[in-house]
Design a protein around this ligand. Sequence first.
Ligand code: URA
Length: 428
Amino acid sequence: MNPVDIINKTKKSIPLSESEIQYLVNGYISGEISDYQMSSWLMAVCLNGLTDEETIALTFAMRDSGNVLDLSSINKVTVDKHSTGGVGDKTTIIIGAMAAACGVAVPKMSGRGLGHTGGTIDKLESINGYRTELQFNEFIDIVNKTGFSVISQSDELCPADKKMYALRNATGTVDSIPLICASIMSKKLVVNADCLLLDVKCGSGAFMKTEEDAQRLAKLMEKVGTMAGKKCRAIVTDMNVPLGNCIGNALEIKEAIEILNGKSKGRLYDTCIELTANMLELAEKGSYEECVAMAEDSINSGRALAVLKETIRLHGGDERICDDVELLPKAKFSHTICSSRDVEIISVNTEEIGMASLLLGAGRIEKDDDIDSTAGIVLEFSVGDKISVDAPLMTLYSNLCSDFSEPALRAYNSIRFRTLTSSISTLT
Ligand code: URA
């Protein structure tokens, strides 16, 4: 076998055998196959795609590039969940606690975010003292005690994805459904939970911009998970508007707690009920309707919040935030944008509002950039709301940026309004 023959085959859409794919992945990890050869193959995949069989072989070869976790000392059915990510997506923190409160174990490894806002690990690190880098034994111990733990993904897990994802980022080869599938699923299969719920986000703030692409990715990931022997389900959820009203790390922890203490309802709450019910159904806790009732009860009874509180405590974090969200870190600077006229909110460009929060310091451009855990945006509306003149539309927060003009303009321009009076729009 040689890399040029393999590149030529994919260039001509001739399917590769399992052993050719293993050779490619192992050769890239060992250094026998160079960055330029791998980039060339990745570009051929972006242009011509892969068959489902090739995608499965690629995922398994990437999974087997490192160790697969042994979760056998967890004494319950294990359920993992993955979201393909979006603006304001704090569901992992909420539904992990909800599902654990309903009797399943949620051992979760997450990443730091690149782009608009932080990832789940960045959000949790906004809690004073919360440790995300635990020894494996301590992680398992917490899962056995509370049913839920989130730690950061170790560098040794799935080395093939680490090396290939970095190369894809540098060579414009991220946006390929089979490559995204293999990247996400190899990491999920390494974690090795019994059940796997995949939340594929679709819309302006997501990787998948169209329903058709989101459905293709969802079906492919479900097929790969099932072939790997997992109970696996992928659902498509909307990311055309931010999920919830808060964007930014500490702000999203506050919102997560307000969902769990029952103070906040709406689209984020509904999405969390749907995702938790799917996790419980996969774990055979009951019919879908019974699982919805269990998910709702985990909030109404306060059990889910109690799980989160104890999980935060065992991670060394300040668990008192679960009783008093005012203890979360706060930004030094803020700026409120008010409506200059009576309007109805038609839509929000989720990607653009995410970019505004990035300008405030809530996200990262480069992998090693610092994040401002207090930065972000709180929206005072939902799509479809009518807002009166002078009423607040949103508040921007930051510790780093006291000149809000650029992020404020970007955030304001991300909203499409319908004017209900004839006065002229200005930014206040
Ligand atoms: N997230 C991943 O982990 N991999 C991709 O390729 C895209 C999103």
